[in-house]
Ligand binder design. Sequence first.
Ligand code: PMT
Length: 399
Amino acid sequence: MTLQNKKIVLGITGGIAAYKCPEIVRRLKDHGADVRVVMTNGSKEFITPLTLQAVSGNPVSDSLLDPAAEASMGHIELAKWADLIIIAPATANTIAAINAGMANDLLTTICLATAAPIAIAPAMNQQMYHAPVTQQNIASLEQRGLHIWGPGSGEQACGDVGKGRMIEALDIVDRTVDFFSPKAPKFKLLITAGPTREAIDPVRYISNHSSGKMGYAIAKAAQAMGAQVTLVSGPVSLATPSNVNRIDVVSAKQMHQQTLAQAPTHDIFIACAAVADYRPSDVANQKIKKNDDDMTVTMVKNPDILADVAALTKARPFCVGFAAETQDVETYARGKLQRKKLDLIAANNVSVAGQGFNSDDNALTLYWNNGKLDLPLASKEMLAKQLVVEILKHYNKHA
Ligand code: PMT
């Protein structure tokens, strides 16, 4: 519930993309926001106030001069109530009116009367968008501190192709979550991600299905929140998130060596890698030949990277582990929390289809001494942002 207690006014103007607004309202509410909708007359040609009242659970405001509406929550009250005003879709006309300081309908009046930040998601024909006056209006709003979200490019309702489409509903929700995410004080994050490979001979190895997506998403989210990030990565086929320092390793022993060398200079350590617990005791110098019907590989235990970082006595970072479980998730996760002396652990049930290893989505439960928090199924990108916010809350209490 990353938008818990956040009060959002969604202003809808007359564009075809207005049909996407119920989805925006629903998803904002999923994140815990209280949403009130303000509609212009034009928008009601595309979507009804009743639909938005139903999804928001609040009366829709659409008139400046309606005594009944003013009596319940007047326009000044609404302007003061908002933590954020989002205008989506925002037509060229509304953008021009706000830039000119007009107050000729309820939405523009609220914009003039509010001290809350305003985000605008432009939506219009590509020619209108590129018109110099529209560009000037948008640039001037941006200069005055309004947030401009989009537009996107592509095929338009009128048949034109180009820039001017409203960005997707979920993108607007993501940006809203980003907007309210605490801008962390600079902190240094060390994170492991991906699998390790334990060689049997020069061409064979033992590994697992970790894709690195979860760890890379966390690295990216933390960097966006102001962290200086060092990513110790097993072999994956992912691009390095921008402005992240990536150190590539292959085996658990290499990951252990690099991570332990980096740990003392970082504030927070997150162990997201799926590190092989065992490695073959001997690595053959040459490719092993297929001589016998069966073959035995003797394995020895790998060092536990996370436990060793958490055991540091000098310059120990705040330690967050992951627990990949297929059963009794809480019991095993809490066991790891205690045994490895961690500050926090994020458990995922990797037996559930569509989450965990090598999927785009995941669901996590955070455990700490006497506490737990569910982060329900979401894209790894979204979950990573929520996770970093939660880790920072614990880290700041602990620091
Ligand atoms: O990479 P993806 O495809 O996106 O998948 C994400 C994930 C499922 C790999 C990730 O969410 C996850 O669960 N990572 C931890 C996997 C794991 O090895 O869990 P574990 O329960 O076996 O290990 C517990 C913790 O100890 C982990 O933080 C692990 O990184 C750490 N560990 C384990 C063994 C070892 N030798 N050294 C370690 O640091």
